[in-house]
Design a binder for this molecule. Structure first.
Ligand SMILES: NC(=O)c1ccc[n+]([C@@H]2O[C@H](COP(=O)([O-])OP(=O)(O)OC[C@H]3O[C@@H](n4cnc5c(N)ncnc54)[C@H](OP(=O)(O)O)[C@@H]3O)[C@@H](O)[C@H]2O)c1
Length: 327
């Protein structure tokens, strides 16, 4: 029986155990079979591996919401054997076995040809993190954000989404203020294009007043909770804050005043369900502005057997950038 390796999570007496297993090719039953070249680790993978039922309902399961590789077969005839392709989001790695495996099998509608400016490796250095940053930025631009409006802020700046948000916004020409809890990463953030570094403590402490002196013209928030509230309260009139994450909390406690007096736009970001036509526009923005070679210096390339260590450092938030998994 032909088998392939996968980093598999199993539920045993309420505990979630992940290790490398040999799986049968019979599991690869969707339209398209892809030989995985690279994957990457996202925060959602950490949740899936930890047994978060909001992400993954059934185990055993293979996490990995991002994957790229080479087409082995396509029942629909849309792709040809040998095509270089990318799959990100949809249900990959959630309730469909994901990219932490030597092979994946997915519905054909989830697959795109590799964007031509990038190598396969670079598409995964970008991954859902870079895509999410670009999606947030594209929404800010649609709302009319321009560099002359003033500085823009990025929270969770050394995380997977944050590093791309800093890099792309600065490449477009915005003055970027990066918020981080890791003082030692200042140099790295300046190299990505940040102009100022703000401490996490300063930005995540709740401010009592419903509106506070405006400091930035917009931003990307990956943290949620009080950080998002502060970003909204201190945003200049008509500015836009794109919100994608909740590493710092799910609840937001605030008044409607930033919206009805200052006209602030709160832009919701859901990368996984981005419709295909919009998805391609976000990749165009990435092809124009993203510099994966610059951002990859902030992260680390690992193999399947190093995923557990990488997940642990993400849990402690002691990592920077993205973990790229070479299959
Ligand atoms: N909506 C979507 O479509 C979408 C897509 C991708 C990701 N996300 C979400 O976006 C968030 C960030 O994802 P990611 O991949 O960038 O995660 P990540 O690599 O783990 O980065 C998160 C960063 O947030 C900061 N941070 C961690 N704990 C914090 C806390 N308690 N309070 C304040 N800041 C904290 C840290 O940066 P510093 O040390 O620099 O402060 C950390 O590096 C996650 O919630 C993820 O689920 C959503």
């Amino acid at each position: 029986m032909k088998t392939f390796k996968a980093y598999r999570t199993t539920e045993e007496n309420g505990e979630y155990i992940s290790k490398i297993e040999e799986l049968s090719f019979d599991l690869l039953s969707n339209d398209v079979i892809i030989k995985t070249a690279y994957s990457g680790i996202n925060y959602k993978d950490l949740l899936s591996i930890s047994g978060n039922k909001g992400v993954t309902k059934k185990y055993p399961h293979t996490a990995g919401i991002d994957a790229c590789g080479i087409i082995v077969s396509d029942k629909t005839g849309t792709f040809t054997s040998g095509d270089e392709v990318v799959v990100m989001g949809y249900d990959l790695g959630m309730n469909t076995d994901g990219g932490f495996a030597e092979y994946i099998s997915v519905p054909v509608d989830w697959v795109i040809h590799k964007p031509s400016r990038f190598t396969l490796q670079e598409t995964m250095e970008i991954g859902t993190s870079g895509f999410t940053a670009a999606l947030g930025i594209s929404k800010m631009l649609q709302m009319g954000a321009i560099p002359s409006d003033g500085p823009v802020i990025v929270s969770g700046a050394t995380g997977g989404v944050g590093v791309y948000a800093v890099q792309i916004l600065s490449k477009i020409g915005f003055e970027v203020w990066a918020v981080t809890g890791k003082k030692e990463t200042e140099e790295l953030l300046y190299k990505l294009g940040a102009k100022s570094i703000l401490s996490r403590e300063e930005i995540c402490v709740p401010k009592e007043k419903p509106l506070v002196r405006p400091r930035w013209a917009g931003g990307i928030d990956t943290v949620g909770g009080d950080t998002l509230v502060n970003l909204l309260k201190q945003c200049k009139k008509s500015g836009s804050i794109a919100t994608c994450g909740n590493v710092g909390g799910m609840d937001i406690n605030m008044t409607v005043l930033p919206f009805i007096l200052n006209g602030i736009n709160l832009l919701g970001i859901n990368a996984a369900d981005t419709p295909m036509n919009n998805r391609m526009k976000v990749w165009e923005l990435l092809e124009k502005y993203a510099e994966p070679s610059l951002v990859s210096k902030t992260g680390k390339e690992i193999s399947l057997d190093q995923i557990s260590d990488a997940i642990e450092s993400m849990r402690k938030s002691s990592h920077t950038g993205r973990f790229l998994i070479k299959l």
